[in-house]
Design a binder for this molecule. Structure first.
Ligand SMILES: Nc1ncnc2c1ncn2[C@@H]1O[C@H](COP(=O)(O)OP(=O)(O)OP(=O)(O)O)[C@@H](O)[C@H]1O
Ligand SMILES: [Mg+2]
Length: 335
């Protein structure tokens, strides 16, 4: 049985559907990346799974318990690092954690040992008696994470845990998330950092406008995009000019052209035989190609493929109903 099992979960706010029949499963110890553009419905889904919001449709179990009928049980097994840091600035880390522990009815001995364990592991022990209000964002976030883990939950939801953190703290949190997963804790991670999602996630679901549009391992998702009768070519052209770009953009086989710098372009192609005509077109404009490489798509390419600018523009009137293929079981949905 999956540790998180989400079936057709929906949330309407009045007439607006924020989460629309979302289905996915997460296995024990997995790091599950939950990605999507702003407003896609990630936080709303997480809030339902954490029993903070009541679904208007579908159902889900977390750690084997129904999120509606057994909400108290679910709460005992989950930890939430919410989008906003929830700490009292006037209190010290020890006082904050003690307060949250008591609110959650944890025995005093567990609170004491939990504070020691998590502040130690998050390298915050020397700050445990200083006021949180004087801390940097990175320090506050580490306390915030300790708070979510105090009761040793088996499932942790991290909603943009590295937002606004410096590279050092971000790297530290990444290592910490990997350790949690290696110890068997299940992690649901929401982030706008595609590199972060790629390196950390065992599996990923991409959600857009309330629905899952793709899911799979990072490698499966990248394969989906590169096999999707399109490709990417990186070219170095020392004498690159506007005429070459304009000519490429008019070609049938070219989906998009991006100048990565003054001498480099990345061409997204339609169809496998595209490189030939593209090289000819550049040559015809006097372009000298110094190097040409087929580029592997990264997770950002995957994300843009499924949620990309074209589809975003649909909000201004045009409705795009074309969806890419969906990987993994039970992730497709009627539109
Ligand atoms: N309480 C609410 N009442 C009405 N609409 C809401 C409420 N909460 C969220 N929404 C709407 O639901 C949609 C999904 O919001 P949600 O916060 O889940 O997005 P998100 O994917 O977490 O986005 P972000 O990346 O910006 O954090 C948004 O359009 C939001 O405005
Ligand atoms: Mg959010």
């Amino acid at each position: 049985m999956s540790i998180i099992d989400v079936r057709e979960l929906s949330k309407r706010f009045g007439r607006f559907t924020a989460v629309d029949r979302v289905t996915f499963t997460v296995e024990k110890g997995e790091i599950f990346g939950f990605l999507g553009p702003n407003g896609a419905g990630k936080t709303t889904t997480i809030r339902m799974l954490c029993t903070l919001l009541r679904p208007t449709g579908g159902n889900a179990t977390v750690a084997g318990f129904d999120i509606v009928k057994q909400a108290n049980k679910v709460r005992q097994h989950i930890g939430l690092v919410a989008e906003k840091i929830i700490l009292y600035d006037q209190l010290t880390p020890s006082e904050n954690l003690t307060l949250f522990g008591r609110l959650n009815n944890l025995p005093a001995s567990e609170i004491t040992s939990g504070i020691e364990r998590w502040l130690g592991r998050l390298h915050m022990e020397q700050w445990k008696d200083k006021q949180v209000g004087t801390f940097s964002t990175g320090m506050k976030q580490r306390i915030n994470i300790a708070r979510a883990l105090l009761h040793r939950p088996s499932v942790v939801f991290l909603d943009e845990p590295t937002l606004g953190l410096d590279p050092q703290t971000t790297r530290f949190i990444h290592d910490f998330i990997l350790e949690l997963s290696q110890e068997g804790t299940t992690v649901v991670l929401t982030t706008h950092g595609m590199g972060e999602a790629d390196t950390l996630s065992h599996r990923i679901a991409i959600i857009d406008r309330g629905g899952v549009v793709a899911s799979g391992t990072p490698a499966e998702l990248k394969n989906l995009v590169s096999n999707n009768d399109s490709g990417m070519i990186d070219m170095e052209i020392p004498n690159l000019n506007e005429a070459m770009l304009a000519r490429l953009k008019q070609m049938q086989v070219v989906a998009s052209v991006v100048e990565t710098d003054a001498h480099h372009i990345r061409v997204r192609t339609k169809g496998a035989e595209a490189p030939g005509p593209i090289v000819n077109a550049i040559s015809a404009e006097g372009g000298q190609i110094r190097s040409i490489n087929t580029a592997e798509p990264n997770l950002e390419d995957v994300f843009l493929h499924f949620t990309g600018r074209e589809m975003r523009d649909a909000a201004s009137g045009k409705v795009t109903s074309v969806r890419g293929p969906v990987l993994g079981s039970g992730t497709s949905r009627a539109r």
